[in-house]
Design a protein around this ligand. Structure first.
Ligand code: SF4
Length: 293
């Protein structure tokens, strides 16, 4: 690969050469990883019994002003790893931690390296499902090319307005990109897609618009995970309305809309818990019912 066009920015940086320039996202010629380990807070099919083996990649193709992971997503903190070192991390997660899957958190700039690491592990007989854990800002061409790394698609639908996506995440074309990614995943493996809707302060209407789109253009059978956990961080601390948490009214308006649109497959987080657990969406729409995670 001479220049990088992995994400919708298609910035064409020659970042894969040793003396090349980094891409818009900051990624260069090595995999950069902030941390890794078993994680038990994902949706139940992803967490399973033994936890999901999360690998948090540094850098990000989006620039969300509220990002809670800004030390590594914006500032690139982490360690450069060779493909062999990445394979060693994945091997340890599989054999020592015995996790359910490899959960690639924002992997897009590093897909060629991940593929190489996976191939070497396959040669050793180490195979696990991959979770492609993404903001949704993806190119279908890239998803298609690296489909072997997407046994599970855990995709966000963050905005329904490109104006917001540009203002808040500097991501032109987000809506079409994320919706195309969701459609791609649904058409490929409908039993292996979860769509996350992070309710944003002052923008609950966009989550509702995305639910309406999902119900009409894809299916209300899509499992949705409606998230209340937004907490002001990074540049959001000085950018209203992102300088506050989501109100209960905002969150419940999205949960009610999911009910109205016929979604009964998925999870809610409840509201106001310090460590919100996921609860089944559907028969019980209140935050008080039993948790499953
Ligand atoms: S993944 Fe990074 S380097 Fe590649 S096109 Fe996107 S922003 Fe540019």
């Amino acid at each position: 690969m001479n220049v990088c066009e992995l994400c919708p920015r298609r910035c064409r940086a020659d970042r894969f050469r040793v003396d090349g320039r980094p891409g818009f996202c900051g990624a260069g010629d090595k995999v950069r990883i902030f941390r890794w380990g078993p994680h038990f807070g994902e949706e139940p099919p992803i967490t399973g019994e033994r936890g999901s083996g999360c690998i948090f990649f540094s850098r990000c193709t989006m620039k969300c002003l509220y990002c809670q992971n800004s030390p590594w997503s914006w500032r690139g903190e982490g360690q450069d790893k060779s493909v062999g070192e990445l394979a060693a991390i994945m091997r340890d997660l599989a054999l020592k931690d015995r996790i359910e899957n490899w959960n690639l958190v924002s992997p897009t700039p590093y897909l060629p390296f991940i593929r190489e690491a996976a191939a070497s592990l396959r040669g050793e007989g180490i195979v696990l499902p991959f979770v492609w854990n993404s903001s949704g800002f993806e190119r279908v061409e890239t998803l298609e090319e690296y489909a072997e790394l997407c046994d599970w698609a855990l995709f966000d639908l963050r905005y329904s307005s490109d104006e917001t996506a540009v203002k808040v995440s500097a991501s032109q074309g987000y809506v079409a990109a994320a919706r195309s990614a969701v459609k791609w995943a649904w058409n490929r493996r409908p039993d292996r897609l979860i769509v996350r809707l992070l309710v944003l302060p002052g923008h609950a209407d966009e989550a509702i618009e995305n639910l309406a789109w999902l119900a009409t253009e894809v299916s209300s059978e899509v499992p949705v995970s409606i998230m209340s956990q937004f907490t002001p961080a990074y540049k959001a601390l000085n950018t209203p309305p992102f300088d506050r948490c989501v109100t209960e009214e905002e969150y419940e308006s999205v949960v009610e809309a999911a009910d109205d649109f016929g979604f009964n497959n998925g999870w809610t987080q409840g509201f106001g818990a310090a460590d919100p657990k996921l609860a089944l969406l559907g028969e019980n729409m209140s935050p008080d019912h039993g948790t499953v995670a």
